[in-house]
Design a protein. Structure first.
Lengths: 254, 254
DNA sequence: GACAGGCGGTCGACATTGTCGACCGCAGTG
DNA sequence: CACTGCGGTCGACAATGTCGACCGCCTGTC
C-alpha cells in the first residue's frame, strides 16, 4: 500500500492550516480552505481534539492547535541527538563570543531552530526554538545550502524573498556565494535578513561527513563586524565549535 | 459520525509511544506495542514521515518524532492567549521575587509548562516549556486541583506517586489541602516533588472566573521559606501577579 | 560461509471505515 | 421574524485502510 493514508494527510494539512493562520479558525473556514466536506473536516477535527492536538474555544466553537503538540515537540527535542551533543558547546560558544547562538537543522524550505542560547548578560530576549529562518539569507541557512544538496534542492530557483537591501534574491548570486562558503568553510550574513544584525555560521557533520545542521552566532553588526567584514576571531570561534560538535557526533553512537 | 477516526487515533498513539520511549523505536516494536499489524503500522508511519511528524534514521530504519512537531508546538505557544498576556507579568514577578517563574495549564493528568522565566542572574538552566509536572505535588498543580473540577477529576482517587517524604499520596490529604488552598487563595509545595525545592502558586482565571491556568515561583527552600513556612512577601507577589494576569485576560478579547 | 532469525517493507483480497452532501437546531441580523 | 450563517449530525455508499502472508536484506552465529 505505497500511498499515504488519506485521513492522516488531511489531518496534517488541517494542523498546518491552523498553525499558519494567526487567529482561530471555524469549521467552515477549514473545510472550504482545504476543499473538504464539512462532515469530513468535522470528523478529523473531533478526533484531533480528543487526542489533544487541537483545542476548541467553547464560546465561538472555533479551533486552534492543542497542548499535546507542545508536549510532543518537547519530546522531539529530548531525543534530538545533534541538540543533545551540542548543548554544552553552544553554551561555551555564546560565552566566548558574547553573542547569541543558534543551532538549526534543515526542515522543509527553511532552517528550524532547535537550540538557542541567549546572549550572556543581556536584557529580555524571546526564545526562538521551534521557529523557522529562511535558507537564502541567513548564515545558518546558507551554509546548509552550500553543503547539503537536499537543502539546495529545497531552495529552488528563485527569485527569493527580499528582506533588506542586502538580501540575495537571485539563484546565481546565492550559488556564487555558496561556492565561496565551500571554499573558506564558513558562512556569514550581514544585514541580509534583519537590519543591523550580522551572523556567522558553520556546518555540523555527522561521522560520515553528512551535513546534519549548522551553528551560528548572531549579533549587532557593529559588534560582529569590523570595517565591513565579520571579525576573524569570531569566525574562528564558530568554526571550532562546529568542529567540536561534529567530532562529538562522530565519536559516540550508543 | 460520532466516532473518532481510527487511523488518526492510531497515529496519535504511535506518536505518543515515540514520545514516551527514550530511544528510537523500530517498526516491529511499534506494531507489537500497539497490537497493530505490521503493514498497518508501516502505512501510518510512512504517512507521518511524509508529513514531517516522524523521522526515520536511515541507518537503523528506526523511527523517532519529527521536526514538524516542534514547529507546530511553537505555533501553539504563539496563539496561546494566556501565555501572551502573562509574558510581561511573569518577567516582573521573576525580577521582584528573584526566583524562577513557571506558567502552567491543565493538560491530561498533569500541568503543562507553557512559560518559564529563568531566575535572574543565575547559572545555566534548562528550559522546561513543554514538559509536564504532577498535579498532586506541585504548587502549580494543586491550585488547579483546588479550583478546577476537571483537574480534580483527572487526578483520580489515588494513591498518588510519591517523590519525596513530603509528597501527599492520599486523596483525602490532597482534598484537605485543597480546601485550605481555596480558603487562603494560594498554594505551596515544600519539597513535595523535589528535595530542597519549594514553590508558591496562585490561580489564573478568565473574565468569567473560570480557571485557565496557574503561575508559581520556585526556588531553594532556604530562600523561599522561613521558619518552615513560605515567606508572606513572596506569596503576596505571586498572588498579585496572578490577579494582574487574570485582569489582563478579562480586559481585552479581540 | 551457509544458515537462521530478525528486521523493514510490500502485496492483494476483504470489509471495515471514512467520506460525502443533505439535513438539523441555534444565534445573530436585517 | 424570516433569513443566513454557523457548528454539528445522519445514513448510504464505496473508497479506503486494514490485515496477514510474503519478500529481500542484513547480521550474527555455529
Amino acid at each position: 500500500m505505497p500511498g499515504p493514508i488519506q485521513s492522516l494527510s488531511r489531518a496534517a494539512a488541517i494542523m498546518r492550516l491552523l498553525a499558519g493562520g494567526e487567529r482561530r479558525l471555524g469549521l467552515s473556514e477549514v473545510s472550504t480552505a482545504l476543499g473538504l466536506a464539512k462532515g469530513t473536516a468535522h470528523g478529523i477535527l473531533r478526533t484531533l481534539q480528543q487526542e489533544g492536538f487541537v483545542e476548541q474555544d467553547p464560546e465561538s466553537g472555533k479551533y486552534q492547535l492543542g497542548a499535546e503538540l507542545l508536549r510532543l515537540g518537547q519530546s522531539y527535542l529530548d531525543v534530538h541527538e545533534l541538540r543533545a551533543r551540542a548543548l554544552v558547546w553552544a553554551d561555551d560558544l555564546a560565552r566566548a563570543a558574547g553573542e547569541t547562538v543558534y543551532l538549526g537543522v534543515l526542515h522543509q524550505q527553511g532552517v528550524l531552530i532547535v537550540h538557542h542560547v541567549f546572549r550572556p548578560d543581556d536584557t529580555r530576549q524571546v526564545l526562538e526554538v521551534g521557529s523557522m529562518q529562511p535558507l537564502h539569507s541567513t548564515a545558518l541557512g546558507k551554509v546548509l545550502v552550500a553543503y547539503d544538496p537536499v537543502a539546495r534542492g529545497e531552495l529552488g530557483d528563485g527569485p527569493y524573498e527580499s528582506y533588506t537591501v542586502h538580501t540575495l534574491t537571485e539563484a546565481v548570486d546565492v550559488d556564487a556565494e555558496c561556492a565561496l562558503i565551500r571554499e573558506r568553510g564558513w558562512s556569514d550574513s550581514i544585514e541580509e535578513t534583519w537590519e543591523g544584525v550580522a551572523s556567522i555560521g558553520a556546518l555540523i557533520q555527522d561521522r560520515r561527513r553528512n551535513p546534519v545542521g549548522s551553528v551560528c552566532i548572531s549579533g549587532p553588526v557593529e559588534r560582529v563586524c569590523e570595517d565591513g567584514f565579520v571579525k576573524p576571531s569570531l569566525v574562528a570561534s564558530v568554526r571550532s565549535a562546529a568542529r567540536a560538535i561534529s567530532r562529538d557526533l562522530g565519536a559516540g553512537r550508543f
